[in-house]
Design a protein around this ligand. Structure first.
Ligand code: IPM
Ligand code: MN
Length: 367
């Protein structure tokens, strides 16, 4: 573990029980540190009635290149004792592909059993997208991506590697336990205030006849426990069409790990781009990690031009998960304010920096 950087703690105020919330911060690579800085600024602006202790982790490409470590066991142990984690982004062109993704990001998701990847697809006011016909009402769904198994399990291997008869097998692992808990989470989520009580299973049951069948049977079973929730099924390829053509048909989508990865990039584009799409890796009874879903944007690093709204949105989700709904709502209001403001700035051909966007949200959220 690297040095724990504690913010000043005002003793009279509380987080959980009689102590401040302990929030892990992994700034990561590329533009990660820039967007996290703005997210922390906003977090500070809405801190009211609770305190925070930030625990900074030196993880990512620099650490790996310096020491060869991706995620030392003691860092993981420290994470187990936190209330939540905020992650910037990991991945760097200097590191072979997959090293940081698998051994850092996916390892945290798996080891902390963050089995829900919650990715809201919301169109904020004033945000331009590539689909001009969409309104704010059309794009308002949440993708609940299974985050602990499927094709991401790492099960598989090579046979006769490097020969002309090479075989590469990558298996999708779908357990009854894993499918049940994600589907149940989706139904519970559909019952939350503000949701339209409609769950759509997105899969490829016509081809993936084993995994798809398990998902569909579990949806059918759990639906019986939720008479107020309607259900639907859409093939993943057709879902891509509907994201563009009729996104309003979706309220809560439940899907497997790989399909969820792919459709949430498309989801981000109908929200207004990767700069605005936030997500949470959630263990409902453990330590959850929140992140902007876009990558490290190496070409933008250090320019101060990257959009921090996704990281700020992730911070709002983090607060919401901690039960700080009031503070989360203020962040949401701040983001909405900034979006409206940025839309008018763009129209006037004025540029804005990462910091300026962070300031806009902070001011609006603190007000
Ligand atoms: C995401 C990312 C990750 C994933 C990568 C970086 C491993 O694309 O969070 O969507 O595939 O889950
Ligand atoms: Mn992805």
């Amino acid at each position: 573990m690297t040095a724990a950087v504690a913010t000043e703690v005002r003793p009279a105020r509380l987080g959980v029980g009689d102590r401040p919330y302990r929030i892990g911060v992994i700034r990561g690579d590329g533009t990660g540190p820039e967007v996290v800085a703005e997210a922390l600024k906003v977090l500070d602006a809405v801190r009211d009635g609770f305190d925070l202790e930030l625990v900074d982790f030196d993880l990512g490409a620099d650490r790996y290149l310096r020491t060869g470590e991706t995620l030392p066991d003691e860092d993981l142990e420290t994470m187990r004792g936190l209330d939540a984690i905020l992650l910037g982004a990991v991945g760097d062109p200097r590191v072979p592909p997959g090293v940081l993704e698998r051994d850092l990001l996916l390892r945290i998701r798996f080891e902390l059993d963050q089995y829900v990847n919650l990715r809201p697809v919301i169109r904020f006011p004033g945000v331009q997208t590539l689909v001009p016909s969409h309104s704010e009402d059309d794009v308002n769904m949440v993708v609940i991506r299974e985050n602990s198994e499927g094709l991401y399990s790492g099960v598989g291997g090579f046979h006769r590697k490097g020969t002309r008869h090479e075989v590469a097998v990558q298996s999708s692992v779908n357990t009854r336990h894993g499918v049940e808990r994600i589907v149940r989470y989706a139904f519970d989520h559909a019952m939350l205030p503000g949701r339209r009580r409609h769950v759509t299973l997105v899969h490829k049951t016509n081809v993936l006849t084993f995994a798809g069948d398990l998902y569909q049977r579990v949806v059918n079973e759990i639906a019986l426990e939720f008479p107020d929730v309607t259900t639907d099924y859409v093939h993943v390829d057709a879902a891509c069409i509907y994201f563009l053509e009729q996104p309003s048909r979706f309220d809560v989508i439940v899907t497997d790990n790989m399909f969820g990865d792919i459709i949430t990039d498309l989801g981000a584009m109908i929200q207004g781009g990767m700069g605005i799409a936030a997500g949470g890796n959630i263990n409902p009874s453990g330590v959850s990690m929140f992140e902007p879903i876009g990558g490290t944007a190496p070409s933008e690093t250090g320019k101060g031009t990257i959009n921090p709204l996704a990281a700020i949105g992730a911070t709002g989700m983090l607060l919401s998960q901690l039960g700080e709904g009031g503070a989360a709502a203020r962040i949401d209001a701040g983001i909405r304010f900034a979006c409206t403001k940025l839309a008018s700035m763009r129209a006037g051909e004025m540029g804005y920096s990462t910091q300026e966007v962070g300031d806009l949200v902070s001011e609006a959220a603190a007000a």
